[in-house]
Design a binder for this molecule. Structure first.
Ligand code: SF4
Length: 361
C-alpha cells in the first residue's frame, strides 16, 4: 500500500475498544466492514479489554495495513504518574513486534507549546496529545518521544514500521484552527520527518482537525513546504463545528479539499464523532464518506484512470440499466434498497415518472 504524491488518495478507518464495555468481536466486525467498503488501512485505537489479543487478531485477519497508537496502551488502566518513559517505549516495541505497519507517535507535543495550548477555546482534543501534555506537566520533563527520537527511529527501522507523526495539538474547533500551537507543532514534525527519511525510516505527518474551508489550502501547502513533501495524513478536516451526527459529511467536505490541494491520506470520521463510540453502521458510513472525498480529489487532480468508473456508470445510468449501474456504485446495498423502496418497474423511475428526461432520446 503506497501513500503519497502522484498516487490514489487512500482512506483509513479507525476502530478499537473503549474502556466502557469493550467488545472484541464487534471491533473485528467493524474492521471487516471497513475493508469491505474500501478502507485502505485500519487503525486499532483500543484502550479497553484485552488490547493485546485484539491487536494480534486484527493484524492476523486484516488484508490492509494496520496502524496503532502504542502509547494509548502504556497509559490505559494506569495512573499518569506511574507511567514511565520505559513503559511508552516498551509499548511501541510490542506493537512493532506484533507486526503493525504504522504507528502514531505524538513527537511534536513539547514543553515549548504548552503555554500556547492554554489559550485555546477547545484546548487539546487529541487523546495522545492530551495524555502526553499532562505527563510532561506531571513529570516536569520533556516528551520522551521527542527527546529520544533517534531511539524511536531505531525501533521503526528494525521493524520496518512507518512513523505517523501525530498532531497532538490539532485544533478541536474552528476557532483554534491554524493557531500558534498547531503551527509550532507542525514545524517540529516537519524537522523530525526529515530526520526520519535521512535515517531510512518511512514517515508521514498527521494534520488537522477542525479547519474552515478557506484555511485548508494553506495548511496543506505549508505542511508540504516545511516537511519536504512528506505524505500528509489528515484527520478530516472538519469544516464546521455545528453538525454532530453528520461529521462524516463535514469531514468529507474538508477531506476532499485537502486532498485536492495535496493531502495524501484521509482518516475517516464517522457520524458518531464527538458523540459516542461508532457502531458497525457508523464505520460503513464513515468509510464511504471518506472514499467519496478521496475519489473526488483523484478526479480533480487528474489521476490517470480515476474517471473510468464514473464514465462507465454514467453510460449505464443514461441507458437506465439499473443492474449494471449498481455494480459500479460505492454502496450497492444502499442504492438497491432505495430502488426497491420506490417499487418502480423495469426502466421506470419514480423521481420524474413519465417525464423521465432519459427516456426516448
Ligand atoms: S425519472 Fe428522472 S431521476 Fe429518474 S432516471 Fe429519469 S431523469 Fe433520472
Amino acid at each position: 500500500m503506497a501513500i503519497g504524491q502522484g498516487l490514489k488518495i487512500k482512506v483509513n478507518a479507525n476502530l478499537g475498544t473503549s474502556t466502557l464495555k469493550p467488545n472484541l468481536k464487534k471491533e473485528l466486525e467493524k474492521m471487516n466492514v471497513a475493508i469491505k467498503f474500501g478502507a485502505d488501512a485500519v487503525m486499532d485505537l483500543s484502550i479497553g479489554g484485552n488490547i493485546d489479543k485484539l491487536r494480534k487478531e486484527i493484524v492476523k485477519k486484516s488484508s490492509v495495513p494496520i496502524g496503532t497508537v502504542p502509547i494509548y496502551q502504556a497509559f490505559a488502566g494506569n495512573d499518569l504518574k506511574d507511567v514511565t518513559e520505559e513503559n511508552m517505549f516498551a509499548a511501541i516495541e510490542k506493537h512493532c513486534n506484533d507486526g503493525v505497519d504504522f504507528i502514531t507517535v505524538h513527537c511534536g507535543v513539547t514543553k515549548k507549546v504548552l503555554p500556547f495550548s492554554k489559550k485555546r477555546l477547545a484546548g487539546v482534543v487529541s487523546r495522545g496529545g492530551s495524555l502526553l501534555l499532562k505527563w510532561i506537566v506531571c513529570n516536569k520533563t520533556e516528551n520522551p518521544l521527542y527527546k529520544n527520537f533517534d531511539y524511536l527511529l531505531e525501533i521503526a527501522r528494525e521493524h520496518d514500521a512507518t512513523l505517523s507523526l501525530g498532531d497532538g495539538l490539532r485544533p478541536g474547533c474552528i476557532k483554534d484552527a491554524t493557531d500558534k500551537s498547531q503551527l509550532l507543532e507542525l514545524r517540529v514534525l516537519a524537522k523530525l520527518a526529515k530526520r526520519a527519511r535521512a535515517a531510512n525510516v518511512q514517515v508521514m505527518i498527521e494534520g488537522p482537525g477542525h479547519v474552515p474551508l478557506n484555511e485548508i489550502e494553506k495548511n496543506v501547502k505549508l505542511q508540504k513546504k516545511l516537511s519536504g513533501n512528506t505524505p500528509f495524513y489528515v484527520l478530516g478536516p472538519i469544516v464546521t463545528d455545528i453538525a454532530p451526527g453528520y461529521d462524516h459529511i463535514t469531514s468529507a467536505i474538508g477531506g476532499a479539499l485537502a486532498a485536492y490541494h495535496g493531502a495524501d491520506f484521509l482518516c475517516y470520521v464517522t457520524p458518531s464523532e464527538h458523540l459516542c463510540l461508532p457502531n458497525v453502521q457508523d464505520v460503513k458510513e464513515g468509510v464511504i464518506a471518506a472514499k467519496i472525498a478521496g475519489h473526488a480529489a483523484d478526479i480533480a487532480r487528474g489521476l490517470k484512470g480515476a474517471r473510468k468508473q464514473d464514465d462507465k456508470l454514467s453510460f449505464y445510468r443514461k441507458n437506465l440499466n439499473w443492474k449494471k449501474t449498481f455494480d459500479l456504485v460505492l454502496d450497492k446495498e444502499k442504492a438497491v434498497a432505495y430502488r426497491k423502496r420506490s417499487k418502480a418497474k423495469k426502466k421506470d423511475c419514480t423521481m420524474c415518472g413519465k417525464l423521465c428526461a432519459l427516456k426516448g432520446l
